[in-house]
Design a protein. Structure first.
Length: 155
């Protein structure tokens, strides 16, 4: 693999997802790379073809809980265009996706997935908190409107 070629590193996709992504990668001039489960002990950099394999032994700790995509050598705009096209085609994409970075280059897929999962939970909790506060405010507004209506009907 050429270290500068744009590629999508794919983990644990079902056959339908894999087939769709292969076609989409060709359309966008990207390389589709299926990360083999037997190599999940290696780092993202190794799996992307950028670093030398270490031969690390595979253990249960390297198993992934869900599918994941890693976009390598792509700009934010290229990733956005790729995902927009996937949305238009109603592609059921994995919820865990990352851009390749100098940091996650040295992580195993399981370490990256743990980080992405933690970030997703954090965002969900923040959204729930905002929703609850927003709902609380609406409840207060509704209660206030009800008091005004009660006051008007008692006059």
């Amino acid at each position: 693999m050429n270290p500068k070629n744009p590629l999508v590193l794919c983990f644990g996709l079902n056959p339908k997802q894999a087939s769709f992504l292969r076609v989409l990668c060709v359309k966008f001039g990207m390389q589709y790379v299926k990360a083999e489960e037997a190599k999940y002990a290696e780092t993202i950099g190794v799996l992307a073809g950028l670093d030398v394999p270490t031969g690390a032994p595979l253990t249960d700790a390297h198993k992934l809980a869900e599918p994941m995509l890693v976009f390598c050598n792509l700009t934010t705009q290229e990733i956005s265009n790729f995902l927009s096209e996937a949305r238009r085609a109603k592609f059921s994409r994995p919820s865990l996706m990352a851009a390749f970075t100098d940091t996650n280059r040295y992580w195993t897929p399981a370490e990256l997935q743990a980080q992405l999962s933690a970030e997703r939970i954090s965002v969900q909790q923040k959204m729930q908190s905002i929703h609850e506060r927003s709902g609380h405010d609406h409840t207060h507004d509704h209660h206030h409107e009800q008091e005004e209506n009660d006051h008007e009907t008692s006059e």
